[in-house]
Every structure is written in structure tokens, then in C-alpha cells.
Design a protein around this ligand. Structure first.
Ligand code: GLA
Length: 389
């Protein structure tokens, strides 16, 4: 849907909900990681881009310090008083906004009340960071409503804190950073320890595709925190032997191998994946910049294999999707996007092959799973901000 169509749709519904049109529109994009699964909370690297799917919030200020939220994607209205922010168990989606408000206030930023209406084109639960987009859009909204400014990188950090502390999901910085800091037309090499990035070129000839398995996953379950705890345990054990190791980012495969007997075997596997994956991020950035497309494809498939065998975050729908992709015309390679356990795969294909690729992947995936996938190109988008119509 075109932006102008979305605007018209939102304005109409806004007036129906609140009796007057919105005065402000903000947006924050989703993201797709091209390489680097679960490296962010290990303070490593991720090659990432914001995508041309985003969350819009239309708003109109209120003078009474109340925030009222509705969404065109999900039913219900969630209302809260900024002076007393609690979790909403009936409309859990609103907790991403409540959490951001809570963290901003605790940091001393004054907030203003508003009527708000959300519209998102990021599919939920598919590994493209719909939650982070909602958080970052909320941060931009609060900033614009109350007329102060914070740097985008700080917004990302505060939104991550909201997700960790208010929502209760102990994610890393990847999603919020990508949404706040995305650069139109560019991929970014994110350093999660320094919380900085470099823009990396992609040589022509390769196209990034998103292949959504439509297998939904919920990260509030135990798998994600369990993986994180296993990595932290590995880093703690290695630190005893190598005081300079504070996270898996600091560890090498040789150091890990030298202490295989000191780590529980499952922890060892998790650490091996992260250390290898971190190196793959750097190798991938180089391969894409140099136009070494076959190397890029091979690295993606190595990431997929490690995620399946060592990190164990690959489900059967992801395996079916990978099979569909690697047999498709123009395919170079593929890997899981986001946390895994379902959601999207990101595929690297030869430019020009898009249509034939999408047809083949669709048919082959439906044949294997009887689920209709969604397949579309990913274009690197700019980070969050106010929309000037
Ligand atoms: C989720 C988390 C991120 C990151 C990815 C896996 O998207 O929110 O912080 O850990 O999974 O790379």
C-alpha cells in the first residue's frame, strides 16, 4: 500500500475513533539481519538493514496526561495515565509503548498525553522486529509531542531497556538500533559492544529477498533467554582461563576448543556457533562489498547449518523454506532472520531472478507444508522519524 493510501486510511479511522484528525505522523521501520544470529547480546557484530515495511503512529496531543491507543492491525483501545503506567494484559501490544513511556519518564524526559492510532506493515512474530518498530516509533512520538530531542542511538538504547525491563524480553540492541539508525539504500555493520556502525557497500548483482514461512514464534517463551544464559555461562567459564574474555565477542575458536572439557556440551555448541557466526558477519560484509556473491551465499548457508545443528533455533518450516530456496533459479544462499524458531528466512539471489525465484519458492514451500508463504524483496530504508506529508 502506498504511503498516501495509508495516510488516508489512518486519518479516516482516526476521526472515527477520536472525533478529530491527527496532527502528527511518525514512523519506524522493521529490519532484516543479513548475517549475525544472536550475536548482539554477545556484544558481537551484525550486518543489518532497516526495511521498507514500517509502523506508523498518527497522534493528536491531549492536555490531560492520558495516552489512548488504538490500532488498525489489532482490536481494542488501550488507555493509560502517564502518571501511573502499568502493564496491560488485555492489550499486550500496548506494553511496548507503555514501556517506552515508563523508561523515558524515569530518565527525566517530560511526556505529553495523546490520542494515537497505529498502522503497521511489518508482519507480527515473523522475525522482522515489529515490536522494536513500535517502541522506536513511540520514542519519536514522545519526543515530538513534548518538544525535546534525543540522539537516535540513545533512543535505541532506551527502547531496548523498555523491552528488557518493562516487557520482560531480554533482547540485545539489534532490532531497536536498526529501526532507529537505518540508512536508506545501505546495509550497516553494527558493532554491539561499541554501539556504533559503519555503512557497508553492496556490489551490484545481488538482491536480498525475505521469505516468510508464516510459522509464528513467540520470544517470550523460554528458548531465547535460555540461549542467552548458555552463552553467558560459556563466557563466564572462559573468563576464568582468559581474564580478557568478558563476552563471547572476545573469545576465539582456539580458546574455546582448548577448554572443551570445562564446558557443558550444550554450552560448548552454543559458544561455537556464536564465535563462528561473529566471524561470518565480517566475512559476509567483505564478500558482499567485493561482489563475491558465491561466497556470500555459502556463508549464509553455513549460518543456517550452525543455527540448525549448534544453536538449535531452526524449525521444520524453516528447513522446508531453505529447501525451496536453494532449488530456486538465481538462489545464492539463505539463512534465518531474527531469533529463529519460525519467521522469515533471508535469501540472497542474483539480480533479475526475482520473479522466477519467488514463483519457485512459493510452489515448492506450499507443496511441502501446505502453508502459503510470502516472498518479497527487502529494500534498505531510513531509520525512524517524523513523517512530513
Ligand atoms: C531477536 C532479538 C534481537 C536479536 C535477534 C537474534 O530479534 O530481539 O535482540 O537477539 O533476535 O539475532
Amino acid at each position: 500500500m502506498q504511503l498516501s493510501q495509508r495516510k488516508a486510511l489512518i486519518e479516516k479511522s482516526f476521526i472515527e475513533h477520536y472525533g478529530a484528525p491527527p496532527t502528527l505522523f511518525v514512523q519506524a521501520p522493521g529490519r532484516v539481519d543479513l548475517m549475525g544470529s544472536h550475536t548482539d547480546y554477545n556484544l558481537g557484530y551484525v550486518l543489518t538493514q532497516a526495511i521498507d515495511r514500517n509502523t506508523l503512529i498518527a497522534a493528536r496531543p491531549r492536555a490531560d496526561g492520558v495516552a489512548r491507543l488504538a490500532s488498525l492491525n489489532v482490536a481494542g483501545i488501550s488507555e493509560f495515565d502517564l502518571a501511573n503506567i502499568e502493564r496491560d494484559t488485555i492489550h499486550p501490544w500496548s506494553n511496548y509503548i507503555r514501556g517506552v513511556a515508563d523508561v523515558l519518564q524515569k530518565e527525566g524526559y517530560p511526556l505529553a498525553g495523546f490520542d494515537g492510532l497505529i498502522h503497521s506493515t511489518i508482519p507480527f512474530g515473523s522475525g522482522l522486529s515489529s515490536s522494536a518498530a513500535l517502541e522506536v516509533a513511540a520514542a519519536v512520538l514522545f519526543e515530538s509531542l513534548a518538544d525535546w530531542e534525543i540522539a537516535p542511538v540513545r533512543k535505541a538504547i532506551l527502547c531496548q531497556r523498555a523491552e528488557n525491563e518493562f516487557v520482560g524480553m531480554n533482547c540485545g540492541i539489534l532490532d531497536q538500533y536498526s529501526s532507529a539508525m537505518g540508512v536508506s539504500g545501505s546495509v550497516i555493520l553494527l558493532d554491539c559492544k561499541a554501539i556504533t556502525h559503519e555503512i557497508r557497500p553492496i556490489a551490484p548483482g545481488v538482491q536480498v529477498m525475505i521469505c516468510d514461512t508464516k510459522a509464528k514464534r513467540a520470544l517470550t517463551g523460554s528458548e531465547y533467554p535460555e540461549r542467552r544464559a548458555q552463552c553467558e555461562e560459556g563466557a563466564r567459564i572462559l573468563h576464568r582461563f582468559y581474564p580478557e574474555i568478558h563476552s563471547l565477542r572476545d573469545a576465539s575458536l582456539d580458546q574455546l576448543a582448548a577448554h572443551q572439557a570445562d564446558l557443558p556440551s550444550v554450552v560448548y555448541k552454543r559458544c561455537q556457533f556464536i564465535i563462528e557466526e561473529n566471524q561470518r558477519v565480517l566475512d559476509m560484509a567483505d564478500a558482499l562489498a567485493a561482489g563475491r556473491h558465491e561466497d556470500a551465499g555459502r556463508l549464509a548457508l553455513e549460518s543456517f547449518a550452525g543455527a540448525r545443528d549448534l544453536y538449535e533455533i531452526v524449525c521444520i518450516e524453516m528447513i522446508a523454506m531453505k529447501e525451496a530456496i536453494i532449488t530456486a533459479p538465481g538462489a545464492l544462499g539463505t539463512r534465518g532472520a531474527g531469533a529463529g524458531f519460525g519467521g522469515c528466512l533471508v535469501a540472497f539471489i542474483e539480480e533479475g531472478a526475482q520473479e522466477a525465484f519467488a514463483h519457485h519458492v512459493f510452489d515448492s514451500y506450499v507443496e511441502q507444508t501446505h502453508i502459503e508463504p510470502e516472498i518479497y524483496p527487502a529494500h534498505a530504508a531510513a531509520g525512524a522519524g517524523v513523517i512530513q506529508f
